[in-house]
Design a protein around this ligand. Structure first.
Ligand code: NAD
Length: 487
């Protein structure tokens, strides 16, 4: 695959900052390179926003806020609906763009585009459900009128693993609620976010309501916005480490945080599970995005009586996944996003193998250009292996066995993370009993995929604060106001 194979794809993608409805370079002219992780070649140079640019974006957002917040909810809903349709009409272009900057294989990117667009359809529908309530104060007899107002300007910071969906999951509810936003996409994958700007324009989003600022100076740019009193919401998806920093920064001005952070998902297969269905679910829970997902199954716990059957079938399926440039036909596993991510996978696997794990398939990085790592299955992983504690963020499944229900619930919960857990069992009452005891914000019960725009996505413990998607997602961008009235 050479760059010329996708020249046309990149020709129309904007590469400047999108502020107040127009395109401009960074105030100091700074730019940053975007690379294709499959070839390590530079494919674009994008403006890298400065603190002055961030202030210009806040000025634009402030200037547009009142008019947008006062629009009838139906109007905002129709604009989001149009944006959904426009993305779907160009879904193949978006999918290819995601693949060239993130690396994931085209089928994965297609899935992401559909998921991303769906947030606009869902929030087009939520925009018109701004339900308040009226009740009578029990003692005074006054009426309690409760209504919701746009919270104000939102700063949105997104990771590289879902360049489209993590942006739309935040922009959709913010716009539906009547809030303007400044989006800072991940430096590795700014092109997909920038390519959304013309969609917003065509859909009728007014200038200043969505501003897009890629920047290599993330700390300074986001920090400057968090110290500006005009910002009311910080919605962040990324690592727990950066989330913690942003929570500290948000504390000064009491900015509302929505934090979607890291995970360490257990995948539990009970002895009464349908093993084939569990393998199918494991393929999705582990391999969606090549394991570069906060929802990726990180620790496989398989009952000792079905371990042999599960591990053999799972390893066979993993072995069959073709590695290559994500745009090429038949490829299921593209490169990891950068050298750092690939090197972390290499070191976690070598640590586990050094401590006694057995490699059923994969287990070594691929030489040559591109950050490739093959689908890998490890069994006999020992309790002291680092990959049971760290997010692997790569296509590596680490399997351990267990005997007893209470024991496995305790082991699954023994992590500071609490995003998602997966449970496979043929007994639904056991499934519900175990799900309720798992300290995770989401549970996939006989399912390897939980992400859905209509469901509240989010974690417990150090996996985050707040929820995205569903009705909860729009509430993060709304303030509740109550009027006490006598009539
Ligand atoms: P990251 O935390 O390194 O970066 C996320 C974003 O924050 C990027 O835009 C980055 O440029 C920006 N950033 C980095 N340092 C910053 C700073 N000091 N101040 C402000 N912004 C800063 O995460 P990543 O490597 O891009 O993504 C991987 C992580 O994201 C994983 O931990 C994964 O679990 C998590 N994630 C969570 C969810 C979820 O919904 N819970 C979804 C996807 C990814």
């Amino acid at each position: 695959m050479t760059v010329s194979n996708y020249d046309n794809l990149l020709a129309d993608v904007p590469t400047d900052l999108y502020i107040g409805g127009s395109w401009r370079p960074a105030s100091d002219g700074a730019r940053m390179d975007v690379i294709d992780p499959a070839t390590e070649e530079t494919i674009a140079s994008v403006a890298s926003a400065s603190v002055d640019d961030a202030m210009a974006a806040l000025d634009a957002a402030e200037g547009a806020a009142v008019e947008w917040g006062a629009r009838k909810p139906r109007e905002r809903g129709e604009i989001l609906r149009k944006a959904f349709e426009l993305i779907m009409a160009e879904s193949e272009r978006f999918a290819r763009l995601i693949t060239v900057e993130n690396g994931k294989a085209l089928p994965d990117s297609r899935g992401e585009v559909a998921y991303a667009a769906e947030f606009f359809r869902w929030y087009a529908e939520e925009a018109v459900r701004g339900i308040g309530e009226i009740s009578m104060a029990p003692s005074s007899g006054a009426r309690i009128v409760v209504q919701h107002k746009p919270a104000g300007i939102g700063v949105l910071v997104t990771p590289w693993n879902f360049p489209a969906a993590m942006a739309t999951r935040k922009i959709g509810p913010a716009l539906a609620a009547g809030c303007p936003v400044v989006l800072k996409p991940a430096s590795e994958t700014p092109l997909t976010a920038l390519a959304l700007a013309p969609i917003f324009e065509e859909a009728g989003v007014p200038p200043g309501i969505v501003n897009i600022l890629p920047s290599r100076r993330s700390g300074a740019v986001v920090g400057s916005m968090l110290s500006d009193l005009r910002v009311r919401v910080i919605s962040f998806t990324g690592s727990t480490e950066v989330g913690r920093k942003l929570l500290h920064a948000a504390a000064d001005n009491i900015v509302r945080p929505v934090m979607e952070l890291g995970g360490n998902a257990p995948f539990i297969v009970f002895e009464d599970a349908d093993v084939d269905a569990a393998v199918e679910g494991a393929m999705v829970a582990k391999m969606r995005n090549m394991g570069e997902a906060c929802t990726a199954a990180n620790r496989f716990y398989v009952h000792e009586s079905v371990h042999e059957a599960f591990a053999t079938k799972f390893a066979e399926r993993m072995k069959g996944l073709a590695l290559g440039h994500g745009l090429d036909d038949g490829v299921a596993v593209g490169p990891l996003v950068n050298a750092e991510t690939r090197d972390k996978v290499v070191s976690l696997v070598s640590d586990a193998v050094g401590k006694g794990a057995r490699v059923l398939t994969g287990g070594a990085a691929v030489d040559g250009k591109g950050f490739f790592y093959p689908a890998t299955v490890l069994t006999g992983v020992t309790d002291d292996a680092q990959l049971l504690r760290d997010e692997i963020f790569g296509p590596v499944a680490a399997i351990q066995t267990f005997r007893d229900e209470a024991e496995i619930i305790a082991r699954a919960n023994a992590t500071e993370y609490g995003l998602v857990a997966y449970v496979y069992t043929g007994d639904l009452s056991r499934g519900m009993r175990v799900s309720e005891k798992l300290d995770f914000g989401m549970v996939g019960l006989n399912r390897g995929l939980v992400s859905d725009p209509a469901a509240p996505f989010g974690g417990m413990k150090q996996s985050g604060i707040g929820r995205e998607g569903a009705h909860e997602g729009i509430m993060e961008f709304l303030e509740t106001q109550y009027v006490s009235v006598t009539w």
